[in-house]
Ligand binder design. Structure first.
Ligand code: MN
Length: 248
């Protein structure tokens, strides 16, 4: 197999290092990743300043851009081959529910899907003290092998979340739906030394609705979660309601 590996935590993050090392047992792995952490940049593409590529080691490139930039430059410029698979991760922190729209990790897999290349994102749902990237990396190898043998359904990429627990407590993977966050006031307002207010978004707590069958429900019960995603955000079930609006 020929695999492009990227992430949004930066090229030196432990998750991407563990992932690339594990995937090398399947074939050739090239890493193209941001030169620093670019978490929560979503599907951003850099259009208004030049991008620099740093050739760190054989098969490892850092770019001063976003995960989406990395997939673009990797596939169109840096790689001497078209990859069989793009894997994005292993993110330090889950990418569950509505958060996938903010995620640079998930967006990198999305970008590969737009190019017609099979892809998955993989994230470790960290509790803050385990960082068991080894189990998540081993699962990435298994999943990559299955995708190589069976292919993915059309227009589909996978968002994988692995609970951060000891390997012998991990339960079997479940195919899940994208969950929903519980939105609560999570903006912290403080005052700086010059008396001006500043704001900090989010308090880092994972608060999701406990929906049976969802990604959150799976990982909170120690299962690996695999959510099949696609790029068509159209809400087909709303068509009949909207067609009744008198807009002409
Ligand atoms: Mn990240």
């Amino acid at each position: 197999m020929k695999i492009l590996v990227t992430n949004d935590d930066g090229v030196h993050a432990p998750g991407i290092v563990a992932l690339a090392e594990a995937l090398r047992q399947l074939g050739e792995v090239v890493v193209v990743a941001p030169d620093r952490e670019r978490s929560a940049v979503g599907h951003a593409l850099t259009l208004h300043h030049p991008l620099r590529v740093f050739d760190l080691h054989p098969g490892v490139f850092a770019i001063d851009g976003t995960p989406t930039d990395c997939v673009n430059l990797g596939i169109h410029t840096l790689l001497s081959f078209k990859p069989d698979l793009v894997v994005s991760g292993i993110n330090r922190g889950g990418n569950l529910g509505d958060d996938v729209t903010y995620s640079g990790t998930v967006s990198a897999a999305m970008e590969a899907t737009l190019m017609g290349i099979p892809a998955f994102a993989i994230s470790l749902v960290t509790a803050g003290n385990g960082d068991n990237f080894t189990a998540a990396a081993a699962f990435a190898v298994k999943l990559a092998g299955v995708i190589n043998a069976r292919g993915l359904p059309a227009d589909t990429f996978l968002n994988v979340n692995v609970p951060d627990i000891p390997t012998d407590q991990l339960l079997s993977p479940l195919i899940t739906s994208q969950g929903k966050r519980r939105y609560e006031g999570s903006i912290v307002e403080k005052v700086d030394p010059r008396g001006r207010s500043y704001y900090w978004i989010g308090n880092g707590e994972q608060k999701f609705q406990n929906i049976v069958g969802s990604d959150y429900h799976a990982v909170s019960h120690n299962h690996i979660s695999i959510t099949p995603l696609h790029l068509d955000l159209t809400n087909y079930t709303s068509f009949s309601a909207l067609q009744n609006w008198n807009l002409s």
